[in-house]
Design a protein around this ligand. Structure first.
Ligand SMILES: Cc1ncc(COP(=O)(O)O)c(C=O)c1O
Length: 620
């Protein structure tokens, strides 16, 4: 069991803050700030030597004195805000189709409302008269020279990442807030967000000189809440999840008469985002085939579609979602809004479990479908953008670009004008590590393989000879007490045929070889754990998503230990609000019911992966 081996050490100097997950809750100093040298001795666990402190968000409201560690017990139920009936729960895996394919094309409902502002014509006129330019710029539409050449199409980038708060979100927030009557504005606004919407509301409030409270989950990276605070808003760190922060914000809105500014599901927000579509139509010369739009709750795509489909109905409006955050594709597919049971957090800007009511209504009426893309493809597009413009997009910001590329390749599209909205650049720096690891895989320029070797002198050398001219980019080998050992390695790929030829060479020498490039379990965890295979009795392998906050690990351990032995643990901070953990726990067959009961009581998302074939291959 790993945990009993830990010992206390004393650290006397400041080390930079790291993801807080593995920080021991009680030992966090409460009064230290970034850059401040910790002069007194503090005691921390040895494997978390970097995680000394995280400053508390300052809460300027006199009524609320929340410190991050003091408010984590707040839960959505305690705020009692349930507005719409529960939605059908579905898993992201229940709707998967090849990347690039235009799926989830909606069946058009016949009965559209007429006359009021919810009508799409109303949207058009309101988008025309929107006041967003008090805060937003008309972002440039730039031709991506290298990408256009590679894809054989003219790829245009709508640079929303160049907005004052590095995303389009200020358009919708400002549009809604600027329409509030004076007395309502004087009572202030409130919103909940872990990211770009928060910055949009904060900047809009600054321009309109009104008070703004922003509720953010305690797991929000410091860089994000600091930037909101620096815009003059009051930040409240509350709850582990977005839902909890939202429940808090709605309750406080009622209590204080503040106006709640939703992130996507409001006509005024949608109209503000629609100005992106208006600009594209104005800026684009020549016929346009399609606009690719990243989709979270659906505010941006609804606004863009509401404008573009009325003035240029022939232009396709195509949503792009990650495979593991496909709430809009699933809702369009089912013909009703559904809720994801789990949502992938890599592209955090679009990690929503349910889309909006109004955004869904508009998408059903106006969009042409949704393209799904992998995390690897998004990383490759971040790299493309860097090579093209020397700009770094956040994952949600690069989503449309990944979708556009996949679509062009899937349909063999040539000679068309296509636009991809690069929607944001609020990149968490820690995430760059993952991006650089996966970008070449996403561009199919790197492959990850495992080869089984007989455990005998000379076999490793023979293996290297068979790799031959291919460039090895990573290699892991540890001798095994069994007859066979496994080598995990990556190679740079220039042509698909050279990879096939290498695999062929291995197989002809009786060295079984597996292509593991598609396995996220291998890329996220097993590649770091390789060290010989071991048969651990009754080992249950589980992926958990922990909230990135102090105490999360101890809560987990209290749930399972010492009841069961922990046989494997892997965590690496990836700059996400939910930490992706792989755990092995020795649970006898008859005890699985109890295991699930305990695991559910944690309220962390989890999934069993014991039977994963790559885990069996590499670790057993
Ligand atoms: C960078 C970025 N791209 C795309 C989206 C998705 O926008 P929407 O929720 O309006 O679909 C968001 C949402 O916050 C975002 O921050």
């Amino acid at each position: 069991m790993i945990f009993v081996k830990l010992q206390l050490v004393e650290v006397t100097s400041f080390t930079p803050p790291q993801p807080p997950l593995l920080r021991h809750k009680e030992r966090v100093p409460q009064t230290s700030y970034p850059g401040q040298h910790i002069s007194k001795k503090c005691i921390i666990w040895p494997w978390i030597t970097a995680a000394v402190s995280k400053p508390t968000a300052e809460i300027s409201s006199p009524n609320v004195t929340c410190r991050e560690n003091a408010v984590v017990s707040s839960s959505s139920s305690s705020f009692g805000e349930v507005s719409s009936p529960p939605l059908k729960k579905v898993s992201a895996n229940s709707l998967q189709y090849p990347s690039g394919y235009l799926g989830a094309a909606p069946e058009r409902p016949k009965d559209e409302g007429s006359g009021d502002v919810r009508n799409a014509m109303g949207y058009l006129t309101n988008i025309f008269s929107s006041k967003v330019y008090d805060v937003a710029i008309e972002s440039p539409l730039q031709r991506a020279v290298k990408l256009s050449k590679r894809l054989g199409n003219d790829v245009w980038l709508k640079r929303e990442d160049l907005q004052p708060v590095f995303s389009f979100k200020l358009r919708g927030a400002y549009n809604m807030m600027s329409k509030l009557p004076k007395e309502q504005l004087e009572r202030g606004v409130i919103c909940s967000s872990a990211g770009n919407h928060a910055q949009g509301v904060a900047l809009a409030a600054k321009r309109l000189e009104c008070s703004a409270v922003i509720a953010m989950p305690v797991t929000t990276p410091e860089i994000k809440w600091q930037s909101v605070k620096s815009l003059g808003a009051t930040v409240v760190l509350v709850g582990d999840t977005y839902d909890e922060a939202q429940a808090y914000a709605k309750k406080r809105a009622k209590e204080e008469g503040r106006t709640f500014i939703p992130p996507f599901d409001h006509p005024d927000v949608i109209m503000g985002q629609g100005t992106v579509g208006m600009e594209i139509v104005r800026q684009m010369r020549g016929p346009l085939h399609a606009i690719f739009v990243p989709v979270g709750g659906g505010g941006l795509i609804s606004g863009v579609a509401a404008f573009v489909k009325r003035v240029s109905p022939e232009v396709k409006i195509i949503g792009v979602e990650p495979f593991d955050a496909n709430a809009m594709a699933l809702s369009l597919h089912h013909g009703e809004r559904v809720m994801l049971d789990r949502v992938g957090g890599f592209a955090d800007g679009v990690a929503v479990k349910e889309v909006g009511e109004e955004t869904f209504r508009l998408c059903r009426e106006l969009v042409d479908g949704v393209v799904l893309v992998s995390r690897d493809a998004v990383c490759a597009s971040i790299k493309d953008m860097f090579e093209e413009q020397r700009s770094i997009l956040e994952p949600a910001g690069a989503l449309a670009l990944a979708g556009a590329e996949a679509y062009c390749k899937y349909y063999g599209l040539k000679g068309k004008n296509i636009v991809a909205i690069t929607s944001g650049a609020n990149m968490n720096f820690d995430k760059l590590r993952v991006v650089t690891e996966l970008a070449n895989v996403g561009r199919q320029q790197e492959a990850m393989l495992a080869t089984i070797l007989p455990e005998q002198p000379g076999s490793f050398k023979q293996f290297c000879e068979l790799v031959g001219p291919m460039n090895i980019t990573e290699l892991k080998y540890r001798c095994s007490s069994e007859k066979e050992a496994v080598v995990l390695y990556s190679v740079a790929v220039r042509t698909v045929s050279e990879l096939g030829a290498m695999k062929q060479r291995m197989e002809s020498s009786q060295l079984r070889t597996y292509n593991l490039t598609a396995s996220d379990l291998v890329k996220d965890h097993l590649r770091y754990l390789m060290g010989g295979r071991l048969n651990v009795e009754n080992e249950v392998l589980c992926k958990f998503t922990f909230p990135e906050r102090p105490g999360a690990l101890m809560k987990f351990l209290h749930t399972f230990s010492p009841r069961w032995n922990i046989s494997l643990f892997h965590y690496r901070g990836q700059g996400e609000t939910g930490a992706n953990i792989l755990v092995g726990i020795q649970v006898a067959e008859g005890e699985m019911e109890e295991f699930h009961r305990r695991a559910s009581s944690l309220k962390y998302d989890y999934v069993l992966v014991t039977d994963d074939k790559d885990f069996q291959l590499l670790m057993h």
